[in-house]
Ligand binder design. Structure first.
Ligand SMILES: [Ca+2]
Ligand SMILES: [Ca+2]
Length: 233
């Protein structure tokens, strides 16, 4: 009885060995370009799975980062006043200026990358408005996204909604400015509209693992090739 079981085990091991040998031969028989394509797909698959859409959370009308790399798109403007949007980092002031768009010269879909913003940090946008019609022609005022208290009239000047996406702008967060002082003209919140999208940055450890994994596969392939060449000699 014991002997029979031993024999069965030995036969199982032999069968597994034969199967592995066949798989190994089949793998080695793959042309080099098929192997390269597999590696490419592995890379491509890995990088796309790290990208997320619509990644931003809001608290009231404040825009808060979840730790991604952000791009701002110009969505459009329905306004009489001229306005220029500026990214000011996490400060509602004149520091850290990055000029984005002029509402009369920018094209919808135009974009500016503002880079990585750590999770939890607010992204503040400022709108520099020049009143070009009405009783105060030439008056310049600045309004900020977020809290009303930041603005010269103490009113909220942005609405935050979700932008569904179109042919030139991806899905993202819609930051919609009202350019009217004390809402004297209207409150349509469509005078200067931005769309913010975020892209997840692969963590260094993920990239390292991916790198070492690929390096390992490449080294194995090289060894296999060398072994084969030595067999031929
Ligand atoms: Ca308007
Ligand atoms: Ca308006």
């Amino acid at each position: 009885m014991e002997n029979k079981e031993d024999m069965n085990q030995i036969n199982d091991i032999k069968a597994t060995h034969r199967r592995n040998n066949m798989l190994g031969k089949a793998f080695r028989a793959l042309p080099t370009h098929v192997m390269s394509l597999s590696l490419l797909l592995l890379l491509f698959g890995a990088s796309t799975s790290l990208v997320k859409a619509d990644p931003i959370t809001t608290t009231g009308s404040n825009v808060v980062s979840i730790g991604e790399d952000y791009t701002v798109y110009f969505e459009g403007s329905e306004a009489a006043y001229t306005s220029v949007s500026v990214y000011t980092g996490n400060n509602p002031d004149a520091a850290g200026n990055l000029t984005l768009f002029n509402n009369f010269t920018a094209t919808p879909g135009q974009s500016v990358n503002i880079g990585f913003v750590p999770a939890g940090q607010e992204l503040v946008f400022r709108l520099n408005v020049t009143e070009t019609v009405g009783p105060n022609v030439g008056t310049m005022r600045s309004y900020f996204s977020g809290d009303a208290a930041r603005n010269p009239d103490g009113f909220l000047h942005t609405q935050i909604t979700t932008f569904a996406g179109n042919s030139s702008i991806p899905r993202g967060l819609n930051v919609r400015f009202e350019d009217s002082f004390r809402y004297e003209i209207d409150t349509d919140f469509n005078d200067h509209r931005l769309v913010l999208t975020g892209t997840a940055i692969p963590e260094p450890t993920t990239m390292l693992l991916l790198g070492t994994g690929l390096a390992g596969i490449a080294a194995k392939m090289r060894r296999r090739k060398n072994d084969k060449n030595e067999e031929k000699v």
